[in-house]
Write a protein that binds this ligand. Structure first.
Ligand SMILES: Nc1ncnc2c1ncn2[C@@H]1O[C@H](COP(=O)(O)OP(=O)(O)OP(=O)(O)O)[C@@H](O)[C@H]1O
Length: 311
């Protein structure tokens, strides 16, 4: 995904705690989401993702701490804060016996501000439902229902879209369509998205950043966008007897190589990699294998959690 322009904070969660059924489910979490970000929310089962989302969307109240949406405190400026948020939490609320269009009309009536026909049509186009919008929702697939729910959530032009497991239960084609829809609406509207999912690959392909929660605490945050001007970590493999020469030559090229077992680790700009490998070859040190040393999201997830649960 291309790097969106990022700006002011849209969501600020500050030292939030929540007890449920006598248990401290959310210990103390703080994080911020900026304009233009698509933030994934991962964590093992039962670690507080839904509870966090329910607090952000105003369904339950934190015991302490502060949640600001576009600067409005959900405790003291609830309506103002909620006017900036669109959300799908748990099952989307749709009337099966009405058409997609009629469902949107219902949502527009209760949106709290006037929604034009043009705005409704723009939202329908964003979720790729133009050709089916006149049909009754009971004939929709699960993926279509989810997309209609996203169109509803977008009607009032929110700054933050919160999606709790939007691909749950979808088949592979539905997952791909959902991913494309979310990507496109971020690109076209600039809305910030906070999305929980069990699918690491979905988060990896869709999000600009991921937050990992475990035991009611944010354990890690990782940027998933590699800026073009950022260096990459690379492992080089040569013959064992040539490792010392390789290290010397790489230092002469201005790099800072490290030896780790049978691999030589370097950091460099991606476009400099072919030239570096070629330089080594020309100087008598052929490289037999090159591997990226970047951690996959799965490795990062496992190293950030105790590894007991699945996300
Ligand atoms: N109303 C409640 N009363 C008591 N405990 C609750 C309540 N709701 C949730 N919990 C507990 O709080 C913990 C966090 O639940 P939550 O639903 O936020 O987890 P989650 O990360 O969304 O899990 P999953 O990935 O399985 O959906 C769990 O241990 C759950 O059993």
């Amino acid at each position: 995904m291309s790097i969106p322009k990022q700006g002011a904070p849209v969501l600020q969660v500050d030292r939030v705690r929540k007890k449920l059924g006598g248990r401290q489910v959310i210990e103390d979490i703080s994080f911020t989401i900026q304009e233009g970000e698509v933030v994934g929310f991962l964590g093992p089962n039962g670690t507080g993702k839904t509870t966090t989302i329910r607090m952000i969307t105003g369904l339950i109240r934190p015991n302490s701490g502060q949640i600001l949406i576009r600067g409005s405190d959900i405790r003291t400026q609830f309506s103002q804060a909620m006017s900036h948020i669109g959300a799908i939490v748990e099952q989307p609320a749709l009337y099966e016996h009405l058409s997609g269009w009629e469902n949107l009309m219902q949502a527009a009536r209760i949106a709290g501000k006037p929604i034009s026909k043009e705005r409704m049509e723009a939202c329908i186009a964003l979720v790729h439902l133009q050709t089916r919008i006149g049909e009754k929702v009971k004939r929709y697939s699960l993926g279509m229902k989810q997309r209609l729910a996203i169109a509803q959530a977008l009607l009032a032009s929110p700054s933050l879209l919160v999606l709790d497991e939007p691909t749950n239960g979808l088949d592979p084609a539905g997952i791909i369509e959902m991913r494309e829809v979310i990507r496109e609406l971020c690109r076209q509207t600039g809305v910030a998205v906070f999305i929980s999912s069990h699918l690491l690959s979905e988060i990896e392909q869709l999000c600009t950043r991921v937050l990992i929660i475990e035991n009611g605490r944010i354990q890690a945050s990782k940027n998933l966008l590699r800026h073009e001007e950022e260096e990459v970590g690379v492992s080089l493999f040569c013959k064992p007897e040539q490792r010392t020469s390789a290290l010397g030559l790489l230092r002469e090229m201005g790099l800072q190589p490290e030896l780790a077992g049978d691999r030589i680790l370097i950091r460099l700009m991606e476009e400099d990699l072919p030239g570096t490998v070629n330089n080594l070859y020309v100087q008598g040190v052929p490289i037999y294998r090159v591997e990226t040393a970047e951690q996959t999201l799965e490795q990062f997830f496992l190293s950030s959690t105790t590894g007991k649960g699945t996300c």
